[in-house]
Structures are given as structure tokens and as C-alpha cells.
Design a protein around this ligand. Sequence first.
Ligand SMILES: *[C@@H]1O[C@H](CO)[C@@H](O)[C@H](O)[C@H]1NC(C)=O
Ligand SMILES: *[C@@H]1O[C@H](CO)[C@@H](O)[C@H](O)[C@H]1NC(C)=O
Ligand SMILES: *[C@@H]1O[C@H](CO)[C@@H](O)[C@H](O)[C@H]1NC(C)=O
Ligand SMILES: *[C@@H]1O[C@H](CO)[C@@H](O)[C@H](O)[C@H]1NC(C)=O
Length: 159
Amino acid sequence: MLGFLVALQIIGLVVASSSNLSDKCYFDPLPSIPPSTDNRTIPWGEPTIQYANGTTCCSSLDEVRAQLDTIDAQLLQLLSTRASYVREATRFKATSADVNDPSRNQQVIQAAVDAAPSVHLPQIIAQIVYEGIVNSSVLFEECIVSATPIFRSYPFLIV
Ligand SMILES: *[C@@H]1O[C@H](CO)[C@@H](O)[C@H](O)[C@H]1NC(C)=O
Ligand SMILES: *[C@@H]1O[C@H](CO)[C@@H](O)[C@H](O)[C@H]1NC(C)=O
Ligand SMILES: *[C@@H]1O[C@H](CO)[C@@H](O)[C@H](O)[C@H]1NC(C)=O
Ligand SMILES: *[C@@H]1O[C@H](CO)[C@@H](O)[C@H](O)[C@H]1NC(C)=O
């Protein structure tokens, strides 16, 4: 009997701590956990999305993916607008060596990582996505600068 109660207590602790463990997935560094070997009956757990009207999502993977597709289209539009400002930034850089500003890059990435918890965004996603945005923006800026030579007059060509 005592052993049974102790066993229940251990199960209870495991359940509580595993639930707390998933909270840690929102923070960097990620907790060090052995990979799951479960083969689960799907869907497992309870829906984790709750709308303001009290309904929950989702009841199928198709429903999840439809939402992701909508969000990805919005991200694409936002990234396009961002890229147009990235291009504009080149106009304020005198040389191609000025394009990459590692301390500014680091500041942008760190600001995203620091702000992530306040919008319930996993910090690992903020970190890697912003690194990708910043790194690819540097490549794009370098291309724009190189592809847009300033007008030069070559007196020797004027006959
Ligand atoms: C997390 O752990 C605390 C005690 O350490 C417990 O009170 C709480 O219910 C747990 N949270 C979840 C979501 O299990
Ligand atoms: C998981 O379980 C399902 C249903 O029993 C089975 O078809 C599938 O092969 C299992 N997958 C693995 C990786 O064991
Ligand atoms: C509740 O809100 C969600 C998200 O806005 C919407 O898709 C769904 O149709 C709404 N359900 C009801 C019953 O109003
Ligand atoms: C971005 O560039 C930095 C510096 O070159 C590099 O350390 C990092 O791995 C890159 N990150 C991504 C996501 O490309």
C-alpha cells in the first residue's frame, strides 16, 4: 500500500515536472532532455490553442497547416517590406565595407531574443530566425551595392 502511494506520488511528480519542462522549451538554452521514444496514439494531449471566443484549435494536422500557410503568407509580405528598407539602408553606406555592421546585427538579434518571452515566442526560434534575417540581409545589401555603381566620369573616354 505504501509502495503504491509512493509510486503514485512519483508518477504525479513526473507529470508535474514534465509539464514544467515544456515551459523551458520557450527559453534559451533549451533544457537537456533525452529524445522521446514514445509511439503515441494521435492526437495526444489537449488542443493548446484557445481563441477569444472560447473555442480551441486544432482537430487535424490539415487544420494546423492551413493556419501556418496563412501566417507564412503574412510573414512573406512583412519580409518583403523589411527588405525594401534594407535596400534603402545601403544609400547611407559609403563603402561596401560599411554594409556589414556586426555590432548592429548582434543588437537586432539580441533584442529579438530578449523580447521573445513577452510575446510567448520560443527564444530558439527568435535567435535562429533573426540570425537568418540579418545574415541574408547583409548578402542582399552587398549585392545591391555592387550592382549599383555610382556614376563616374572617365575623362579619358571623352574624346
Ligand atoms: C510546476 O511546478 C510547481 C511546483 O514546482 C507546481 O506547483 C506547478 O503546478 C507545476 N506546473 C505545472 C504546469 O505542472
Ligand atoms: C507506431 O505505431 C503504429 C501503430 O501501431 C505503427 O504502425 C508504427 O509502425 C509505429 N511506428 C514506429 C516508429 O514504431
Ligand atoms: C472562434 O474564433 C475562431 C478564430 O477567430 C474562428 O475560426 C471560429 O470560427 C470561431 N468559432 C465560433 C463558434 O465563433
Ligand atoms: C549568421 O552569421 C554568423 C556570423 O557569420 C554565424 O555565426 C551564424 O551561424 C549565422 N547564422 C545563420 C542562421 O545563418
